[in-house]
Design a binder for this molecule. Structure first.
Ligand SMILES: CCCCCCCC(=O)SCCNC(=O)CCNC(=O)[C@H](O)C(C)(C)COP(=O)(O)OP(=O)(O)OC[C@H]1O[C@@H](n2cnc3c(N)ncnc32)[C@H](O)[C@@H]1OP(=O)(O)O
Length: 223
């Protein structure tokens, strides 16, 4: 699924974001960036009603046009075509929290240095929960993806069985959030990961995740 020794595609080898491997994904990253910006503008812009209605009509034209193109519903549908890369490459683009071509993703970048996983994410105002701070569900989602990717270094990638987050102080919006995680223990198919999230050098939340290697390969679970 993810081969950390693959010299051609290992998105976690360094802090540098792995470039898109096809023109299609380069185009989709651009689309995602515009939509990500629109997400933030949708919750922050203070334009007139007329302006909002006019721009919404413009966007509806774009959405209706894209809706006429063929679609692939889910990563495995993209894999099946054979034209979009392997599962790891497609997941790297489309993942809900870490995908560079997914406008919902809060720009999570992950890299591994030996046994330690590092990451950075940034949540704009569409991720607001308490006033001025990141919604706790998004903090948990970032940990889920971050710890989930960090555990693949252990060689037995699993699905989240449980995730416990301790919210120590509110996590600020529009701030680089740095992440760090290490494997706490691994017993058979079960791996426990522990991590922390920092903003401005202060820990805002810690998390512990239990990941369980499924009995069947992950790619076959959807079938
Ligand atoms: C590389 C991919 C990384 C992906 C990271 C992204 C993070 C995600 O979002 S994953 C999505 C969220 N998670 C899920 O949807 C998982 C849904 N659950 C499942 O599919 C299954 O319950 C799964 C795979 C976790 C375990 O199923 P299965 O392998 O059949 O478990 P089973 O054989 O019954 O139990 C194995 C062991 O784990 C324990 N266990 C199982 N489920 C849990 C759980 N939820 N919490 C704690 N322990 C559990 C069992 O007690 C057992 O322990 P022991 O061996 O000591 O008796």
């Amino acid at each position: 699924m993810f081969d950390l020794t693959d010299p051609v595609f290992n998105p976690y080898a360094s802090e540098e974001i792995t470039p898109p491997h096809t023109r299609e994904w380069a185009a989709k990253r651009k689309l995602a960036r515009v939509l990500h910006q629109l997400n933030e503008l949708a919750v922050t812009c203070n334009a007139s009603v007329e302006e909002i209605e006019a721009r919404t009509a413009d966007l509806q034209v774009v959405a209706d046009s894209l809706a006429t193109a063929p679609r692939c519903l889910g990563t495995l549908a993209f894999v099946k075509t054979g034209d979009h890369g392997n599962y790891g490459q497609i997941n790297h683009e489309l993942n809900a929290v870490g995908g560079h071509s997914n406008p919902l993703a809060p720009g999570l970048n992950i890299w591994l240095e030996g046994a330690v996983a590092h990451g950075v994410a940034r949540c704009h105002h569409a991720y607001e929960g308490p006033p001025g701070f990141v919604h706790g569900g998004y903090v948990a989602a970032i940990f889920d993806q971050f710890l989930g990717m960090a555990q693949i270094a252990g060689g037995r990638p699993g699905m989240t069985g449980s995730l416990s987050v301790r919210y120590l102080r509110p996590t600020p919006l529009d701030t680089d959030l740095t992440l760090r995680a290490e494997m706490a223990e691994t017993v058979g198919r079960k791996t426990v990961m522990r991590g922390e999230m920092l903003a401005g050098g202060k820990v805002t939340a810690t998390a512990e995740g239990l990941f369980i290697e499924p009995q069947r390969p992950l790619q076959t679970l959807a079938r």
